[in-house]
Design a binder for this molecule. Structure first.
Ligand SMILES: Cc1ncc(COP(=O)(O)O)c(C=O)c1O
Length: 365
Protein backbone atom coordinates (compact mmCIF):
# COMPACT_ATOMS: atom_id res chain seq x y z
CA UNK A 1 0.00 0.00 0.00
CA UNK A 2 1.26 3.49 -0.77
CA UNK A 3 2.75 5.12 2.37
CA UNK A 4 0.52 8.23 2.09
CA UNK A 5 -2.56 6.06 2.22
CA UNK A 6 -1.27 4.13 5.21
CA UNK A 7 -0.78 7.40 7.11
CA UNK A 8 -4.35 8.64 6.76
CA UNK A 9 -5.77 5.17 7.33
CA UNK A 10 -3.78 4.92 10.56
CA UNK A 11 -5.22 8.18 11.82
CA UNK A 12 -8.73 7.00 11.04
CA UNK A 13 -8.12 3.63 12.73
CA UNK A 14 -6.72 5.43 15.82
CA UNK A 15 -9.95 7.45 16.03
CA UNK A 16 -12.04 4.29 15.65
CA UNK A 17 -10.05 2.66 18.47
CA UNK A 18 -10.48 5.46 20.99
CA UNK A 19 -14.02 6.72 20.29
CA UNK A 20 -17.10 5.12 21.90
CA UNK A 21 -20.05 4.49 19.61
CA UNK A 22 -23.06 6.73 20.21
CA UNK A 23 -25.67 4.24 21.27
CA UNK A 24 -29.29 5.01 20.53
CA UNK A 25 -31.82 2.47 21.73
CA UNK A 26 -32.85 1.78 18.16
CA UNK A 27 -29.71 -0.41 17.93
CA UNK A 28 -31.66 -3.21 19.58
CA UNK A 29 -34.43 -2.90 16.99
CA UNK A 30 -32.17 -4.12 14.20
CA UNK A 31 -31.53 -7.44 15.92
CA UNK A 32 -35.02 -8.02 17.19
CA UNK A 33 -38.06 -9.60 15.58
CA UNK A 34 -40.49 -7.58 17.69
CA UNK A 35 -43.62 -5.76 16.48
CA UNK A 36 -42.94 -3.54 13.48
CA UNK A 37 -44.92 -0.63 14.92
CA UNK A 38 -42.82 0.43 17.88
CA UNK A 39 -43.75 3.17 20.34
CA UNK A 40 -40.38 4.86 20.66
CA UNK A 41 -40.02 6.36 24.15
CA UNK A 42 -36.23 6.33 24.06
CA UNK A 43 -35.16 9.56 22.38
CA UNK A 44 -36.87 12.33 24.40
CA UNK A 45 -38.65 13.73 21.38
CA UNK A 46 -41.69 15.91 21.97
CA UNK A 47 -44.82 13.94 21.14
CA UNK A 48 -47.14 16.56 22.68
CA UNK A 49 -46.93 18.93 19.73
CA UNK A 50 -49.43 17.66 17.17
CA UNK A 51 -47.73 16.52 13.99
CA UNK A 52 -50.66 17.95 11.97
CA UNK A 53 -50.03 21.40 13.46
CA UNK A 54 -46.33 21.23 12.68
CA UNK A 55 -47.09 20.08 9.13
CA UNK A 56 -49.50 22.99 8.67
CA UNK A 57 -46.70 25.39 9.63
CA UNK A 58 -44.31 23.55 7.30
CA UNK A 59 -46.75 23.76 4.36
CA UNK A 60 -47.23 27.48 4.98
CA UNK A 61 -43.45 27.94 4.90
CA UNK A 62 -43.17 25.74 1.82
CA UNK A 63 -45.55 27.99 -0.10
CA UNK A 64 -43.09 30.88 -0.04
CA UNK A 65 -39.96 28.74 -0.10
CA UNK A 66 -37.35 28.65 -2.86
CA UNK A 67 -34.87 25.80 -2.35
CA UNK A 68 -32.58 27.11 -5.10
CA UNK A 69 -31.38 29.88 -2.80
CA UNK A 70 -29.03 29.93 0.18
CA UNK A 71 -31.08 32.81 1.59
CA UNK A 72 -32.46 32.25 5.06
CA UNK A 73 -34.13 34.01 7.93
CA UNK A 74 -31.03 33.41 10.02
CA UNK A 75 -30.92 36.98 11.40
CA UNK A 76 -34.64 37.01 12.09
CA UNK A 77 -34.37 33.81 14.13
CA UNK A 78 -31.40 35.22 16.06
CA UNK A 79 -33.46 38.34 16.81
CA UNK A 80 -36.45 36.28 17.98
CA UNK A 81 -34.30 34.07 20.19
CA UNK A 82 -32.59 37.13 21.61
CA UNK A 83 -35.94 38.65 22.54
CA UNK A 84 -37.12 35.36 24.06
CA UNK A 85 -34.02 35.08 26.24
CA UNK A 86 -33.60 38.75 27.19
CA UNK A 87 -30.31 38.76 25.23
CA UNK A 88 -28.99 40.48 22.09
CA UNK A 89 -29.10 38.72 18.71
CA UNK A 90 -25.28 39.12 18.65
CA UNK A 91 -25.15 36.73 21.61
CA UNK A 92 -26.73 33.91 19.63
CA UNK A 93 -25.12 31.29 17.40
CA UNK A 94 -27.27 28.87 15.44
CA UNK A 95 -26.15 25.35 14.67
CA UNK A 96 -27.25 22.09 13.10
CA UNK A 97 -28.67 20.78 16.35
CA UNK A 98 -26.83 21.46 19.60
CA UNK A 99 -24.65 18.43 18.83
CA UNK A 100 -23.01 20.41 16.03
CA UNK A 101 -22.35 23.38 18.33
CA UNK A 102 -20.85 21.04 20.93
CA UNK A 103 -18.52 19.73 18.24
CA UNK A 104 -17.65 23.26 17.16
CA UNK A 105 -16.77 24.24 20.74
CA UNK A 106 -14.60 21.17 21.32
CA UNK A 107 -12.68 21.69 18.08
CA UNK A 108 -12.22 25.42 18.49
CA UNK A 109 -11.56 25.80 22.22
CA UNK A 110 -9.38 22.76 22.91
CA UNK A 111 -5.83 22.74 21.60
CA UNK A 112 -3.78 19.51 21.53
CA UNK A 113 -2.80 18.51 25.10
CA UNK A 114 -5.62 20.53 26.70
CA UNK A 115 -7.75 18.75 29.26
CA UNK A 116 -11.52 18.81 29.91
CA UNK A 117 -13.95 17.76 32.65
CA UNK A 118 -17.27 15.98 32.26
CA UNK A 119 -19.66 15.82 35.21
CA UNK A 120 -21.22 12.41 35.00
CA UNK A 121 -23.34 10.41 34.44
CA UNK A 122 -24.48 12.65 31.62
CA UNK A 123 -25.17 12.97 27.88
CA UNK A 124 -22.74 10.62 26.13
CA UNK A 125 -21.89 13.00 23.26
CA UNK A 126 -19.57 15.13 25.45
CA UNK A 127 -17.21 12.19 25.97
CA UNK A 128 -17.53 11.03 22.36
CA UNK A 129 -16.65 14.47 20.96
CA UNK A 130 -13.68 14.79 23.32
CA UNK A 131 -12.47 11.32 22.31
CA UNK A 132 -12.81 12.25 18.62
CA UNK A 133 -10.76 15.36 19.25
CA UNK A 134 -8.08 13.35 21.09
CA UNK A 135 -8.71 15.34 24.30
CA UNK A 136 -8.06 13.67 27.64
CA UNK A 137 -10.80 14.32 30.18
CA UNK A 138 -11.69 13.58 33.78
CA UNK A 139 -15.14 12.35 34.76
CA UNK A 140 -16.29 13.85 38.07
CA UNK A 141 -19.31 12.01 39.54
CA UNK A 142 -22.44 13.70 40.80
CA UNK A 143 -23.26 13.26 44.49
CA UNK A 144 -25.71 10.50 45.45
CA UNK A 145 -28.58 13.04 45.35
CA UNK A 146 -27.43 13.94 41.79
CA UNK A 147 -26.28 17.42 42.80
CA UNK A 148 -22.85 18.43 41.52
CA UNK A 149 -19.93 18.52 43.91
CA UNK A 150 -18.35 21.86 43.05
CA UNK A 151 -15.39 21.33 45.42
CA UNK A 152 -14.58 18.02 43.79
CA UNK A 153 -14.86 19.53 40.29
CA UNK A 154 -12.63 22.47 41.25
CA UNK A 155 -10.04 20.11 42.73
CA UNK A 156 -9.99 18.08 39.47
CA UNK A 157 -8.92 21.14 37.49
CA UNK A 158 -5.35 20.84 36.17
CA UNK A 159 -3.19 23.64 34.78
CA UNK A 160 -4.23 22.58 31.25
CA UNK A 161 -7.99 22.20 31.93
CA UNK A 162 -9.86 24.50 29.56
CA UNK A 163 -13.45 23.30 29.32
CA UNK A 164 -16.09 21.79 31.62
CA UNK A 165 -19.35 20.25 30.38
CA UNK A 166 -22.33 20.69 32.66
CA UNK A 167 -25.81 19.50 31.71
CA UNK A 168 -28.67 21.04 33.70
CA UNK A 169 -31.27 19.67 33.89
CA UNK A 170 -29.18 16.60 33.37
CA UNK A 171 -29.69 13.75 30.96
CA UNK A 172 -30.23 11.03 32.23
CA UNK A 173 -30.79 11.93 35.93
CA UNK A 174 -33.42 14.61 35.16
CA UNK A 175 -32.44 17.07 37.92
CA UNK A 176 -31.38 20.71 37.70
CA UNK A 177 -28.29 22.11 39.44
CA UNK A 178 -28.82 25.20 41.60
CA UNK A 179 -28.05 28.57 40.04
CA UNK A 180 -25.68 29.28 42.98
CA UNK A 181 -23.59 26.16 42.32
CA UNK A 182 -23.48 26.89 38.58
CA UNK A 183 -22.38 30.48 39.27
CA UNK A 184 -19.69 29.28 41.70
CA UNK A 185 -18.31 26.89 39.08
CA UNK A 186 -18.25 29.64 36.45
CA UNK A 187 -16.68 32.14 38.87
CA UNK A 188 -14.02 29.91 40.44
CA UNK A 189 -13.02 27.47 37.70
CA UNK A 190 -11.36 29.82 35.23
CA UNK A 191 -12.44 27.36 32.50
CA UNK A 192 -15.04 27.71 29.76
CA UNK A 193 -18.24 26.24 31.20
CA UNK A 194 -20.54 24.73 28.57
CA UNK A 195 -23.94 24.68 30.26
CA UNK A 196 -26.22 22.41 28.24
CA UNK A 197 -29.84 23.38 28.88
CA UNK A 198 -31.30 21.16 26.13
CA UNK A 199 -34.25 20.26 28.34
CA UNK A 200 -35.31 23.79 29.25
CA UNK A 201 -37.92 25.66 27.27
CA UNK A 202 -36.67 28.99 28.52
CA UNK A 203 -34.45 30.15 31.37
CA UNK A 204 -33.42 33.75 31.70
CA UNK A 205 -31.69 33.31 35.08
CA UNK A 206 -28.72 31.46 33.59
CA UNK A 207 -28.65 33.98 30.73
CA UNK A 208 -28.23 36.74 33.35
CA UNK A 209 -24.89 35.15 34.30
CA UNK A 210 -23.61 36.10 30.84
CA UNK A 211 -23.65 39.76 31.95
CA UNK A 212 -21.14 38.94 34.70
CA UNK A 213 -18.95 36.21 33.24
CA UNK A 214 -17.35 35.76 29.84
CA UNK A 215 -16.42 32.08 30.35
CA UNK A 216 -19.94 30.67 29.94
CA UNK A 217 -21.75 29.23 26.92
CA UNK A 218 -25.38 28.12 27.28
CA UNK A 219 -26.75 25.58 24.82
CA UNK A 220 -30.39 25.10 23.87
CA UNK A 221 -32.17 23.09 21.22
CA UNK A 222 -35.37 23.01 19.17
CA UNK A 223 -35.34 19.20 19.46
CA UNK A 224 -37.08 18.87 22.84
CA UNK A 225 -39.69 21.41 24.05
CA UNK A 226 -39.86 22.98 20.57
CA UNK A 227 -40.75 19.64 19.00
CA UNK A 228 -38.74 19.73 15.78
CA UNK A 229 -35.84 17.34 16.41
CA UNK A 230 -35.84 16.26 12.76
CA UNK A 231 -35.27 19.82 11.53
CA UNK A 232 -31.97 20.04 13.46
CA UNK A 233 -31.72 23.44 15.11
CA UNK A 234 -29.70 24.20 18.21
CA UNK A 235 -28.33 27.47 19.49
CA UNK A 236 -25.69 28.82 21.83
CA UNK A 237 -25.90 31.94 23.99
CA UNK A 238 -22.72 33.63 25.17
CA UNK A 239 -20.90 36.95 25.08
CA UNK A 240 -20.74 38.92 21.80
CA UNK A 241 -16.99 38.39 21.33
CA UNK A 242 -17.05 34.61 21.63
CA UNK A 243 -20.16 34.30 19.47
CA UNK A 244 -18.73 36.61 16.84
CA UNK A 245 -15.52 34.52 16.58
CA UNK A 246 -17.49 31.28 16.41
CA UNK A 247 -19.94 32.65 13.88
CA UNK A 248 -17.60 34.57 11.60
CA UNK A 249 -14.50 32.36 11.69
CA UNK A 250 -15.48 28.83 12.62
CA UNK A 251 -19.14 28.00 11.97
CA UNK A 252 -20.04 26.94 8.41
CA UNK A 253 -21.61 29.71 6.31
CA UNK A 254 -25.02 27.93 6.19
CA UNK A 255 -25.13 25.43 9.06
CA UNK A 256 -28.92 25.00 9.23
CA UNK A 257 -31.19 24.53 6.22
CA UNK A 258 -33.11 27.66 5.30
CA UNK A 259 -36.33 25.62 5.43
CA UNK A 260 -35.69 24.63 9.06
CA UNK A 261 -34.93 28.24 9.96
CA UNK A 262 -38.16 29.48 8.34
CA UNK A 263 -40.17 26.84 10.22
CA UNK A 264 -38.52 27.80 13.52
CA UNK A 265 -39.39 31.47 12.95
CA UNK A 266 -43.04 30.53 12.30
CA UNK A 267 -43.10 28.22 15.31
CA UNK A 268 -41.91 31.01 17.60
CA UNK A 269 -44.72 33.20 16.23
CA UNK A 270 -47.03 30.48 17.57
CA UNK A 271 -45.32 30.25 20.95
CA UNK A 272 -48.52 29.35 22.78
CA UNK A 273 -48.37 25.95 21.03
CA UNK A 274 -45.03 25.25 22.69
CA UNK A 275 -46.24 26.46 26.09
CA UNK A 276 -49.39 24.39 25.91
CA UNK A 277 -47.45 21.24 24.91
CA UNK A 278 -45.05 21.89 27.79
CA UNK A 279 -47.92 22.22 30.29
CA UNK A 280 -49.45 18.95 29.10
CA UNK A 281 -46.07 17.22 29.32
CA UNK A 282 -45.62 18.39 32.95
CA UNK A 283 -49.07 17.13 33.95
CA UNK A 284 -48.37 13.78 32.34
CA UNK A 285 -44.90 13.61 33.93
CA UNK A 286 -46.46 13.91 37.41
CA UNK A 287 -48.97 11.16 36.56
CA UNK A 288 -46.30 8.84 35.20
CA UNK A 289 -44.07 9.48 38.20
CA UNK A 290 -46.91 8.47 40.52
CA UNK A 291 -47.70 5.41 38.38
CA UNK A 292 -44.05 4.29 38.40
CA UNK A 293 -43.86 4.81 42.15
CA UNK A 294 -46.82 2.54 42.66
CA UNK A 295 -45.18 -0.38 40.81
CA UNK A 296 -43.35 -2.75 43.16
CA UNK A 297 -39.60 -2.88 42.53
CA UNK A 298 -39.51 0.41 40.61
CA UNK A 299 -37.77 3.56 41.91
CA UNK A 300 -38.43 6.64 39.76
CA UNK A 301 -36.32 9.78 40.20
CA UNK A 302 -37.90 13.28 40.15
CA UNK A 303 -37.42 14.97 36.79
CA UNK A 304 -37.41 18.48 35.36
CA UNK A 305 -37.15 17.08 31.82
CA UNK A 306 -39.46 15.35 29.35
CA UNK A 307 -38.26 11.96 30.58
CA UNK A 308 -38.05 10.02 33.82
CA UNK A 309 -35.14 7.88 34.98
CA UNK A 310 -36.14 4.84 36.99
CA UNK A 311 -34.35 1.91 38.61
CA UNK A 312 -35.80 -1.61 38.57
CA UNK A 313 -35.18 -4.63 40.79
CA UNK A 314 -34.37 -6.73 37.73
CA UNK A 315 -31.83 -6.74 34.93
CA UNK A 316 -32.55 -3.47 33.11
CA UNK A 317 -31.29 -4.86 29.78
CA UNK A 318 -33.80 -7.70 30.02
CA UNK A 319 -36.58 -5.31 31.02
CA UNK A 320 -35.79 -3.22 27.94
CA UNK A 321 -35.96 -6.34 25.73
CA UNK A 322 -39.19 -7.53 27.37
CA UNK A 323 -40.85 -4.14 26.90
CA UNK A 324 -39.98 -4.39 23.22
CA UNK A 325 -42.13 -7.52 23.03
CA UNK A 326 -45.03 -5.20 23.95
CA UNK A 327 -43.96 -2.78 21.20
CA UNK A 328 -42.37 -0.24 23.56
CA UNK A 329 -38.83 1.04 23.28
CA UNK A 330 -37.16 2.76 26.26
CA UNK A 331 -33.49 3.59 26.83
CA UNK A 332 -31.42 1.22 28.93
CA UNK A 333 -29.01 3.32 31.02
CA UNK A 334 -27.57 0.53 33.23
CA UNK A 335 -25.59 2.07 36.11
CA UNK A 336 -26.32 5.47 37.57
CA UNK A 337 -24.06 5.85 40.61
CA UNK A 338 -25.33 3.25 43.14
CA UNK A 339 -28.34 2.24 41.04
CA UNK A 340 -27.35 -0.57 38.71
CA UNK A 341 -30.50 -1.20 36.65
CA UNK A 342 -31.73 2.13 35.35
CA UNK A 343 -33.93 2.83 32.36
CA UNK A 344 -35.13 6.13 30.93
CA UNK A 345 -38.57 6.72 29.48
CA UNK A 346 -39.70 9.74 27.43
CA UNK A 347 -42.91 11.37 28.63
CA UNK A 348 -45.55 11.18 25.91
CA UNK A 349 -49.36 11.74 25.83
CA UNK A 350 -51.48 9.78 28.29
CA UNK A 351 -52.57 6.87 26.06
CA UNK A 352 -48.94 6.07 25.22
CA UNK A 353 -47.83 6.30 28.85
CA UNK A 354 -50.68 4.00 29.90
CA UNK A 355 -49.46 1.50 27.31
CA UNK A 356 -45.96 1.80 28.80
CA UNK A 357 -46.89 1.48 32.50
CA UNK A 358 -49.26 -1.44 31.80
CA UNK A 359 -46.52 -3.27 29.89
CA UNK A 360 -43.93 -2.51 32.60
CA UNK A 361 -46.21 -3.94 35.29
CA UNK A 362 -46.62 -7.12 33.27
CA UNK A 363 -42.90 -7.40 32.55
CA UNK A 364 -42.02 -7.01 36.24
CA UNK A 365 -44.81 -9.22 37.60
C1 LIG B 1 -28.38 16.90 27.02
C2 LIG B 1 -28.50 16.90 25.54
N1 LIG B 1 -27.84 17.83 24.84
C3 LIG B 1 -27.90 17.87 23.50
C4 LIG B 1 -28.65 16.94 22.80
C5 LIG B 1 -28.64 17.00 21.31
O1 LIG B 1 -29.67 17.77 20.85
P1 LIG B 1 -29.80 18.20 19.31
O2 LIG B 1 -30.94 17.42 18.76
O3 LIG B 1 -30.06 19.68 19.37
O4 LIG B 1 -28.49 17.89 18.64
C6 LIG B 1 -29.37 15.96 23.48
C7 LIG B 1 -30.17 14.97 22.74
O5 LIG B 1 -30.75 14.08 23.25
C8 LIG B 1 -29.28 15.93 24.89
O6 LIG B 1 -29.91 15.00 25.61
Amino acid sequence: MNPQRIRWMKNLCDIADRVSIYSSSSDILSDSSEPTKILNLSANENLFLEVATLKRIMFEVLDAYDPRLYRSNYEELRKDLGALNAANPEQILLGNGSDQILDLLVRSVLAPKDHAIVICPTFSMYGILLQCNGTLYTEVPLRSDFSMDVDSILSSIKPNTRLIFLCSPNNPTGNKQSLESIERLVRESGCLIVLDEAYLTINTSSVKLLEKYDNLVILRTFSKSYGIAGLRIGYALSNNTLISILQNRIQYPFPVSSFSIDVAVRLLENYSLIQSADTRMRTQRSRTFADLKSIRGVTPFPSECNFILFDVEADSREVQRDLLKYGILVRNIDNVLDFSNCLRVTIAPEDMMKQFTTALMEVLS
